[in-house]
Design a protein around this ligand. Structure first.
Ligand SMILES: Cc1ncc(C[n+]2csc(CCOP(=O)(O)OP(=O)(O)O)c2C)c(N)n1
Length: 326
């Protein structure tokens, strides 16, 4: 393997571990200790999509995400400490502690942010792509969406406009088989999801979302085509969410065997580790070193965020756009 390819693969590996350990910390520490209120939507099992896709884009490209966006944010380069701080409502968080787990954003990194209204980020991606096209800056706008979001009107309006106006949008659909408790075969008339944008003239491609290099290669070529032709692309990644819909989900709609069996056989991090060890990219002790180092990095970010200040009462009046009357 060429040195450059090896470095790239190890970089992907680090980011996938970062996402996994960050979310395990949310699951195992922040949620049970009630360090934030409500629930958080974890994408454990979907790390290869976030990392492979975001790293196939350029830093200037826009990424716009969903309610399940920690991984997209980390892959786009957001700071772990500020992410933890935001989730825990601290003043130093990305939204000064007012947004939480589902509203992480950093425009300086072109991570336009998470959006909990399902499907709503797809017309925003079309808007970002329209701006890029008018400015002629060569950027593309990538919108992540779940397979459930394919059934929203917003997605179809966005796909239609993106094709009609020839906009450089990448629709990146993560098919994790469930929308909350509803399995794919109960929500979509067509199971070949990659055909869902054909009506707008947008060709689709189905990709193994558990193999980071396959995701990277597919998004690289789709992004290149979208950038060159200024026309949308649509990719569907086969993946699986190993955790519940959110941290409070009792998961009565699937068996633990299903979740655990999938976990064992299709874990994207295990797949990558196995392949790297098998083709002598790294020996086993190196994977252990990587795991220890990234876990320590995530722990340190969490501890530092935990020591950060709460918003002051007067902060409640900043960053709000409605003006009070007399
Ligand atoms: C417009 C809208 N309708 C319903 C909801 C409630 N809701 C939150 S997540 C979700 C399921 C989304 O499924 P999918 O798009 O497949 O994403 P996943 O949760 O699997 O990542 C629903 C229906 C919402 N947030 N927004």
């Amino acid at each position: 393997m060429a040195v450059k390819d090896r470095e790239r693969l190890l970089h992907f590996y680090e980011d996938m571990l970062r996402i996994r350990f960050f979310e395990e910390q949310v699951r195992d520490v922040l949620y049970p200790q009630r360090l934030f209120r409500g629930s958080s939507h974890l994408a454990i099992g979907q790390e290869a999509v976030a990392v492979g896709a975001v790293h196939a884009l350029q830093a200037e490209d826009y990424v716009i995400s969903t309610h399940r966006g920690h991984g997209h944010a980390i892959a786009k380069g957001l700071d772990l400490q500020r992410m933890f701080a935001e989730i825990m409502g601290r003043r130093t968080g990305y939204d000064r502690g007012k947004g939480g787990s589902m509203h992480l954003a950093d425009a300086s990194l072109n991570f336009i942010g998470e959006n909990p209204v399902v499907g709503s980020n797809t017309p925003m991606a079309a808007g970002l792509a329209l701006a890029a096209k008018l400015e002629g800056n060569g950027r593309v706008a990538a919108a992540f969406l779940g397979e459930g979001a394919l059934n929203t009107g917003a997605f179809h309006e966005a796909a239609n406009l993106a094709a009609l106006w020839s906009l450089p949008v990448l629709f990146l659909c993560e098919n994790n088989l469930y929308a909350i408790s509803v399995p794919l075969d109960k929500s979509s008339a067509l199971q070949d999801l990659e055909r869902r944008a054909e009506a707008y003239g947008i060709p689709g491609r189905r990709v193994n979302g558990m193999r980071v290099m396959e995701v990277y290669d597919a998004v690289s070529s789709a992004a290149e085509a979208t950038r060159e032709r200024s026309f949308p692309s649509f990719l569907v990644f086969d993946t699986y969410r190993f955790e519940g819909h959110h941290t409070s989900d009792k998961q009565t709609y699937r068996t633990q065997e299903e979740a655990l069996e999938e976990f064992r056989q299709r874990d994207p991090i295990h797949i990558l580790e196995f392949e790297m060890i098998d083709d002598h990219t790294v020996p086993i002790p190196t994977t252990i070193e990587y795991r220890d180092r990234i876990r320590a990095e995530v722990d340190a970010a969490f501890e530092a965020a935990l020591a950060e200040p709460w918003p002051a009462p007067e902060d409640a009046l900043t960053g709000v756009y409605a003006e009070g009357g007399e």
